[in-house]
Design a binder for this molecule. Sequence first.
Ligand SMILES: Cc1cc2nc3c(=O)[nH]c(=O)nc-3n(C[C@H](O)[C@H](O)[C@H](O)COP(=O)(O)OP(=O)(O)OC[C@H]3O[C@@H](n4cnc5c(N)ncnc54)[C@H](O)[C@@H]3O)c2cc1C
Ligand SMILES: Cc1cc2nc3c(=O)[nH]c(=O)nc-3n(C[C@H](O)[C@H](O)[C@H](O)COP(=O)(O)O)c2cc1C
Length: 777
Amino acid sequence: MKIVCIGGGPAGLYFALLMKKLGAHHDITVVERNKPYDTFGWGVVFSDQTLDNMRQWDIETANEVQQAFNHWDDIELHFKDRVIRSGGHGFVGIGRKKLLNILQARCEQLGVKLVFEQDADSDLDYPDADLVIASDGINSKVRNRTPEVFQPDIVTRPNRYIWLGTNRQYDAFTFLFEKTEHGWFQAHVYKFDNQTSTFIVECPEHVWLAHGLDKADPQQSIDFCEKLFAKNLQGEQLMTNARHLRGSAWLNFQRVKCAQWSHFNGNSHVVLMGDAVHTAHFAIGSGTKLALEDAIELVRQFKTLGDTTDRIPEVLKHYQAVREIDVIRLQNAAWNAMEWFEVCGERYCDQLEPEQFMYSMLTRSQRISHENLRLRDKAWLEGYEAWFAGRTATPGVRPPMFTPYTLRSVTLKNRVVVSPMAQYSAQDGRVGDYHLVHLGARAMGGAALVMVEMTAPSPDGRITHGCPGLWNDTQTADFKRITDWVHAQSDAKIGLQIGHAGPKGSTCRPWQGAGMDQPMAADDAEGNWPLLAASAQPYLPHGIVPKAMTREDMDRVTADFVASTRRATQAGFDWLELHCAHGYLLSSFISPLTNQRSDDYGGSLDNRLRYPLEVFAAVRAAWPAHLPMSVRISAHDWVEGGITPADAVEIARAFKAAGADMIDCSSGQVSAKQKPTYGRMYQTPFADRIRQEAGIATIAVGAISEADHVNSILAAGRADLCAVARPHLANPAWTLTEAARIGYTDLAWPRAYVSGKPQLEAGFARERALQTATKGD
Ligand SMILES: Cc1cc2nc3c(=O)[nH]c(=O)nc-3n(C[C@H](O)[C@H](O)[C@H](O)COP(=O)(O)OP(=O)(O)OC[C@H]3O[C@@H](n4cnc5c(N)ncnc54)[C@H](O)[C@@H]3O)c2cc1C
Ligand SMILES: Cc1cc2nc3c(=O)[nH]c(=O)nc-3n(C[C@H](O)[C@H](O)[C@H](O)COP(=O)(O)O)c2cc1C
């Protein structure tokens, strides 16, 4: 086969040498526009894992890289006059020049032709080639020549960065944070040879502009950075090797991904590789890793499917199918890490103490969990757990999940909440034995707070005929029976979620055949009832059209909420949550998708919040001052034109100002057109943002299904409590089970259940031992 690689970066060179190794008869040329050894940039870093992978494909290259690289395990944070270090992270740093030299020398040794100082115009320059590898980097001319084929999706990010070097030696991957009068800067620093470290300085666009860095030439930018980081540089200078860049030399990161990776140009098959087809932000340091692994995968496919010309189409198809999955996974993690650095100045730097800031930074990509940190550096993690617990009523080393939490006069024994879950099993709005058993079992299961499902202040506020209400004395007594039982038999607290279904009322129970949110059939014996909402707009196109509330309706409903609140006090609840989420009555006022009013209760967010805040204030005044109150909101409508996470911060601020203690951060269910992005802990970023930006405690909820999730969320300060719903349907004793799973034994079980505890713990201990032994094999 005749192969031409356009671009002699890591991707092109490594592919060329591996392919030549696979078949010495292949005629392979690498065309590079620069002179040999003439490259932009300093050091690159990748993980131990990438090197292991390289070792399996060409031991000679891997050995050379191993001799030249600098290995280090630690990450060090310099923040607010503190230095915090943790170990076990395993990185390899190598000069970009050195890496290219190794690859170039190995190419020559194997017989790959290297042509320097040749700027290829396009893939059509090489009509004799069977295969053209477009390894021509982020601005790939080959990709840009036929965008309709490759369908690149390129996003330019808001932060500015400059890639510098220094002779100051660093023995850890070091992160420096400095505050100026206009905002925060950060530097990502790592050593890559015995004299030099890479020093990338980054800041938000507005901070960069405020300092006039858009007008600075490279030397002025260096002077600025040297002054800013003078304390840390200890007299060493910063250097640039990108003097060829015109203008300020500060760049914006561009995230590249392509729908199609290869095609036939009429003469040759053309395939994109490395930065030409995908980029990963330096916050996760894996662009070179991706480039090298692309090369490995393409060669693997040739090896498996055959390295003859007729196999090329099949090989290219498999190459994209396999690589795409890994690349997306890495790009997603890199995206989270990149966003963390984009918002840290506004969201974390001023809000978090250095210890928690370090934890948040280490877990920024959300790929590294609490237990993973324990594997990396047990001593550091235990130190952090002690720090976290030391800020609560029970100091000592314990996972964050099992630290107590106090709000007003209520102390929760740990951070787990049984999230409110409708059971559709009430009769005439009355809870009965079903609810006693359901809620009682969960109170015995280890969670600190058990929330009762949404309970209506009036009959027309129910979702279905099976939903509970609190509008008469009988219902009050029914609830009192349950709260008395929970208080007598467990050390859990019990809370009520009070809410009016509004436009989503009068529907079937989910098991009645029609599905969720469906109105009852016209001939249903139980019968529909008239609905209220912010506007006369049904939730589903065929749903009942609600009445847009008048001022009189508002007064009546507020009075119902207040009366229900008084009953909740008499019923002995410890906690009250006002339901302002999921498209129900109060949520229908907040979202612009459901509120079309033209009076004082519609239009701006302030206006849309007016009625929900009125209800909140009335309820808060009726609820005892010593008891806590949370508000559940939909922090994202997941529909264009709906509530966004930025709006959610404003909503949280408004409820905080009105006296709310906590925001329970759910999302969606406001519009049937929603397109949520699900995934583990998918709503936690809303809880995090609201907590930091609105300065109010939050509850995270949604796909939190392991103790490891809960610990990571709490430890990073992304929320104060974690609500867990569906896992509690499968296992009422979810908290007790998760404690045993992670080997935390220091928690009390219900006294009659105690004999089950050592057995469960021993079972999980055996499982953990087995896992460790298998890993060691
Ligand atoms: C600030 C910064 C820090 C980074 N840090 C890291 C890190 O720590 N770890 C990491 O793994 N990655 C890092 N990267 C990313 C890394 O540099 C790239 O992802 C990696 O080099 C991609 O390899 P490549 O071979 O695809 O492209 P490149 O390395 O960009 O190589 C492309 C080559 O093609 C040549 N070329 C382009 N057009 C033509 C043409 N028309 N004709 C001939 N030749 C051409 C170029 O001169 C270049 O040599 C960083 C990037 C930046 C910007
Ligand atoms: C059966 C069921 C009923 C629910 N009922 C309510 C409810 O009454 N009030 C509420 O705010 N959320 C309700 N939810 C949403 C949950 O409280 C929770 O936010 C959601 O299920 C995501 O958490 P999970 O991934 O742990 O299940 C319900 C969820 C389920 C599964």
